[in-house]
Design a protein around this ligand. Sequence first.
Ligand code: DGY
Length: 336
Amino acid sequence: MTNKNLKKILVLDELCPPYDQIKVLESGILLVKEPGVLEVDQLISRVKQDPLIKGIICSLTQKINEKVFQELPQIEVISNIAVGLNNIDLEAAKKYGVRIAHTPKVLSDATADLAWALLLGGSRRLAEGDRLARSGEWKGWAVNQLLGPSLGFTENIDQNLGQKRLGIIGLGQIGQAIARRAQGFNLDVCYYNRTRYVELEQSYSWGFMDLDELLMQSDYIILAVALAPETYHLLNRTRLNLMKPNAYLVNVGRGPLLDEEALIDCLESGHLSGAALDVYEYEPNIPERLRALSQVTLSPHLGSATFETRQAMSRLVIESAESIIQGKEPCGYFAI
Ligand code: DGY
């Protein structure tokens, strides 16, 4: 027996328990699953087979291009398990009138925590230390062993040591959460962002700089900006070369925000003291030259990977897709 009023949401990829069940939601909408990311043509033919599918939940690795919107007029909403929407053609979504939901806010703290974990752990060479400690080769404490830069000083231990500067590129919600966490470190915090936040500057003593100035003046730089056509290779070779000698770079945004090959050159030449990366230009491929650099800490895109955050993201993507399909007041966060 078929229920003519039944509507379905196709869930590509995993959701976090308890939202990982194949089930009928309270609204009567059925969640159906596919085991993973699909090629665009596979996705189109899968959805075409089932006209009851009205929404898609997908992750940031699922490409959703204009063809998807063009070929699938039955789709009313796409709900992306990420804040970043660079996997989706937003202009096409607008053109075909499809709502696009995502998961901002709930992941800002987790991602800011990871940015700091990378900055602290990377610059203080924790991964290298871990490898040494496990290797059986460690000969004990040594004055010159695995030194990294000091972040800041609450006491003036040496008059030659000035205050260090953290430059944050992108002062959205993640960037702001990163900046707020800097307060305990006695760092001078500056930021670059398309929009200026004068009130935040005043409340927290954050300074605004234009991008090139920030690169020239910061000891640590964290990239936390969204990837869009205008931010592709925002840190190109010329900009990377503007960075202070011995500066340290962290990327928790998206890989293509920087020219990865140029970054490797800067690291190999010793211009930058190191980098800690959560995202890569051709994810999940990480170039051999990058993997060979011991001063680089590599993390496999873990920005939002906490139990609580992934659970909240899973709940949100379902709720927002459901609200659109039910024709209710949209709930959740929508880019379109
Ligand atoms: C995002 O939401 O864009 C994150 O990268 C997911 O972890």
